[in-house]
Design a protein around this ligand. Structure first.
Ligand code: ADP
Ligand code: ADP
Length: 234
């Protein structure tokens, strides 16, 4: 059961082709790692999955990406609606400048959530393995906790709106080894509940967390920048 069908996708920034002719499927409730050297287009491809990439001035996306069978680059698709169904976590933890509680409640409030917000906040923090560490300080700022806790808060914030997919762009590379292991464990726990796509340049991490790995490469040119390509998917 494919959540994303990536079909001959190429991405240009102006005249520069960052990614060429990439095709593979991302299966439901699996963890798929995108791996390869710096500059091979991993982040670029990740941003195509929620149509963030076409917000970059000069960026253009060719080919087709189907999300649940529906082509997301058709003119009648609202990119904001696509992004609501796809959560994203970035390299640098970026909690909002508001309380831990409000960080979690922010998305559900925007969506007009009608259930019990206290329960949803607790459940989301528990699912991110953070409740025991923060339940006494829900009114404190989301930016006052450790980096690893901030990243788990960002994951809790993303899952509070029950997205189908979580995109993670190098979610551990700003974290220490212990915080990294906690995030890796969390990714394995969330696998099966969400479809997760994670960008990493760390082979061991890809092996630890992912069901499938897409390997990208970019040729070293003679000074010219080259396009990244998918070399293997297994
Ligand atoms: P990776 O995530 O694998 O490091 P990126 O997707 O960030 O690779 O970048 C792929 C290529 O596209 C690189 O050559 C990078 O410099 C280029 N690139 C990325 N973002 C932009 C942008 N906004 N404008 C122009 N070039 C970009
Ligand atoms: P990463 O390798 O972690 O993706 P980069 O340092 O390559 O990070 O890129 C950081 C940001 O700068 C990204 O948003 C990327 O799109 C943008 N970027 C990368 N390369 C270029 C470029 N050549 N021109 C403009 N923006 C770029």
């Amino acid at each position: 059961d494919a959540v994303f069908e990536i079909d001959q996708v190429s991405v240009n920034y102006g005249n520069f082709t960052a990614l060429r002719n990439v095709s593979f499927d991302i299966l439901r409730n699996e963890v798929t790692a995108l791996i390869g050297p710096s500059g091979c287009g991993k982040s670029t491809l990740l941003r195509c999955l929620n149509r963030m990439n076409d917000l970059i001035p000069g960026a253009s996306v060719g080919g087709e990406i189907r999300f649940n069978g529906e082509s997301i680059y058709e003119s009648d698709i609202d990119p904001a609606e696509v992004r609501r169904r796809i959560g994203m976590v970035f390299q640098r933890p970026n909690p909002f400048q508001m309380s831990i509680y409000d960080n979690i409640a922010f998305g559900p409030r925007l969506n007009g959530y009608r259930g019990n917000m206290d329960d949803l906040v607790e459940k989301s923090l528990r699912r991110a393995g953070l409740w025991d560490e923060v339940y006494k300080k829900l009114k404190e700022s989301g930016t006052a906790i450790s980096g690893g806790q901030q990243q788990r808060l960002c994951i809790a914030r993303a899952i509070a709106v029950e997205p189908e997919v979580l995109l993670m762009d190098e979610p551990c590379s700003a974290l220490d080894p212990i915080a990294t292991l906690k995030i890796e464990d969390l990714i394995r726990e969330l696998a099966g509940q969400f479809t997760i796509v994670i960008v990493t340049h760390n082979m061991q991490q890809a092996a630890r967390v992912s069901d499938k790995t897409a390997f990208f490469s970019v040729e070293d040119g003679d000074g010219d920048r080259r396009a990244g390509e998918l070399v293997e998917f297994a």
